[in-house]
Design a binder for this molecule. Structure first.
Ligand code: F6R
Length: 244
């Protein structure tokens, strides 16, 4: 496991973009696993800048997003489809056919979930997966629980996640209560994982992850510690409690 502690969010975003850029230069048809939420936005901005200023080429990459709210239209401003389009895809030269985001309105959800995992597998697996982390240690929408699912599945969001995500909605009642998410097994199959955390509100989460020396389904991010190629990129605020 590698840990980078960057001075601030801007430096964190540049570091993550550097890693992705070098992987893209090694493999032009990279399979990139993407996350939503606030944390990767700076990375997407940095990658967009490199596309515009240096011609970083996204035309051959394939992307798979981690998750989507269930039952939300894809053109809804809070859907993850909308988020990805606005924050990344509309500003780079990606081929729309190579973008994969879980469908929030599938006809047969169980079959759809299996097909999503199969599509990742058929693509040769994810080369590099970007992850944020919830304050409660969730990864994608794999929430702390007695058991965690391996594959893509539908899940209930916890109260703490609903509360955290309500910042993007008019009211907490508008936050969807269910989501479709890649499972920990699908995520762990990625060849390389980048876990990003920024800001004071993640300081205790990171301390728990890196100092407790415990792997538990009640702290889903802790399973990543078993992955052979995980890089954790923090800013100083997120690293503060861990460094004490
Ligand atoms: C988003 C996702 C979530 C976020 C997490 C942190 O696709 O899967 O697990 O990564 O909730 O969110 P932010 O970055 O907003 O703190």
């Amino acid at each position: 496991m590698k840990i980078f502690i960057e001075k601030n969010y801007t430096d964190l975003s540049k570091r993550v973009a550097d890693i992705i850029e070098s992987e893209m230069k090694e493999k032009s048809n990279l399979v990139l696993g993407l996350a939503t939420g606030s944390t990767p936005v700076g990375t997407y901005e940095e990658l967009i800048k490199r596309y515009k200023e240096e011609g970083l080429d996204f035309s051959k990459i394939t992307t798979f997003n981690l998750d989507e709210y269930l039952g939300i239209p894809h053109d809804h401003v809070n859907s993850y489809h909308y988020f990805m389009e606005e924050n990344f895809f509309k500003s780079i030269n990606i081929d729309n056919d190579k973008i994969n985001i879980p469908n929030g309105n599938p006809e047969n959800v169980e079959e759809y979930c299996k097909a999503y995992d199969k599509k990742i597998e058929n693509q040769g697996g994810i080369d590099i997966q970007i992850l944020g982390i919830g304050e409660n240690g969730h990864i994608a929408f794999n929430e702390p629980d007695d058991k965690l699912y391996l594959g893509t599945h539908v899940t209930d969001l916890t109260e703490s996640t609903i509360k955290a995500n309500s910042r993007f909605f008019d009211s907490i009642d508008d936050v969807p209560k269910k989501a479709i998410t890649m499972g920990l097994g699908s995520i762990m199959k990625s060849k390389k994982i980048l876990l990003l955390a920024s800001g004071k509100n993640k300081a205790n989460t990171i301390k728990k992850l890196l100092k407790d020396g415990v792997v538990s389904t009640h702290n889903p991010a802790s399973l990543l510690l078993l992955h052979p190629d995980v890089t954790i990129i923090l800013d100083e605020e997120a690293a503060e409690e861990y460094m004490k």
